[in-house]
Design a protein around this ligand. Sequence first.
Ligand code: PDD
Length: 290
Amino acid sequence: MNTDAQVVYLNGEYKAIEEAYVSVLDRGFLFGDGVYEVIPAYGGHLLRLEEHLQRLQNSLDGIRLKNPLTNQAWETMFNSLIKKNVGDDQYLYVQITRGVAPKRDHNFPDHVHQTVFAMSNVLPAVPRAESEKGIEAVTLDDIRWHACNIKSTALLANTLLRQQATDKGAGEAILIRDGLATEGSASNVFVVIDGVVVTAPTSPLLLPGITRDLVLELANTHDIACQQRDITEAELRTASEIWITSSTREILPVLKLDGKAVGDGVAGPVWQRMIDIYQQYKQQLREGRA
Ligand code: PDD
């Protein structure tokens, strides 16, 4: 099947999105009690599947949920979902919640029947000329909890922060905690300082982005100097380049921060080099060579 009607996966079954329902007693609905992943697929090839599945396992462990499927079963399901839906490039969304309990109760239910949901959507190709235009970002206080390494569906703080950025005409909020830039509301943050690419080290204060790791790996193999270390707010404000990275936005240059030009106010030379390398990697993946 490969029609325009979106087909999703819910608890072992494939169905039209209009026919996929979960109970109002689902703890994902009542408490945001679940975890998720977003995995891009280029030309039907899943990007960094093993790393995404490992992060999913870490998130499940972090909220004390069992992994409902084996890695082989996840891969088979993801591949069927991609085939059942349209788009040369797609991104998979998968979420697992603690499921339906007999009544609303903060305590975990005695018998957990997890809800497993996945869908795939078109990942539109962004032309180079478009990504070069970059985005504006604003800095906001990181008001989130101290377990941001868990990819939890409880994203209220993230959505409030993103909306605040949008309300100010910006494309992302860069979050500051104790004087340090942690990450974006839905992305990781990189800066370029004296030609060196810098991103914050992984910790419970940020999500270990798969794109982040890939960028670091590609930078290393292409002899682009990079460091994982704390980024102070002052460094963020004086960096010659700022980028955000995520599975869906790839690598985007931030050209204005809090209304002030970043560097020369255009996509910088290190970003230009990095995005070429990233696109090359994607192309290899599409051809089954990565
Ligand atoms: N979010 N940090 C946060 C808070 C995020 O929500 C995301 C991605 C990232 C980047 O991670 P990755 O490179 O693995 O996509 C960092 C996804 C795309 C989302 O919530 O839709």
